[in-house]
Design a protein around this ligand. Sequence first.
Ligand SMILES: [Zn+2]
Ligand SMILES: [Zn+2]
Length: 280
Amino acid sequence: MSALVQDPITLENERGSSPPQSQIDQLAGAMALPLGDSPTPASGYSGNVERSTPAHAFLEHSTSILFPILFVPNVYFSFDRLYDLELLWLAALAIPLALVLGDFIGGLVHWAADTYFSEDTPVVGPALIKPFRQHHLFPRDICTHTFVSIVGNVCILAVPVLTVCLYVLWVTDHGLLAFATLCTTLMAAATVATNVFHKWAHQEQPSAGVRLLQRTRLVLEPQHHQVHHTAPFEMQYCITNGWLNPLLNKTGFFRKLEAFLRFLGIEPTNGENSCDNPRI
Ligand SMILES: [Zn+2]
Ligand SMILES: [Zn+2]
């Protein structure tokens, strides 16, 4: 068991069942991150430096620059369209909706990467599966990653989406489409920011401003996220702000999704690769 996580409560380790929320909260409260760990594997750091290939690094950097260039006109023209159509109230709805949708999509991708495929799967294996699974072994490695390596992968996916949104705003003047593009743009921003919030949740000494955002639950709260890094490692997949985790835990959403996929003949692979190692 690593020094990072001591498991004070044994949770039921059986697919298809989740502990009650009160037990999750109790566990979360007991999981404060230790401060002052030295950068060793035992403290959650691998000591390794992962580098992108030149082509991947180019995509990460270029799309990290393109993202804000596309984000600003998307937001401006969406608001402008809604204002012209006297539908500005829809913008107030778009902000919380985008935060919830961003949390859900991030959680869905995280669950899929933790549960299916393998580190050897072409394209997604090294780009998505391996980072998620290695994160379970060395949770604080994320704190050593650069900003571009944190947001770059999501920007690669978000930039084409924002390009389509801008095109839609250019060719149509429909109010509901303006609302949809605003929701999509804000959701893309929330998704891009997810790994920044995730990194903050693993920092030993986050800044006062970050702590304030975490305490108000506008971004992922560390003790809430620590439950994901604790046996049975099957909860709290949402890592933008974690707002949906209680609902998804309570309804057994991911267990039901796994049961449905098993019915279709798709079996989980979360015992492979980095997950072969017990996380604690
Ligand atoms: Zn995970
Ligand atoms: Zn984490």
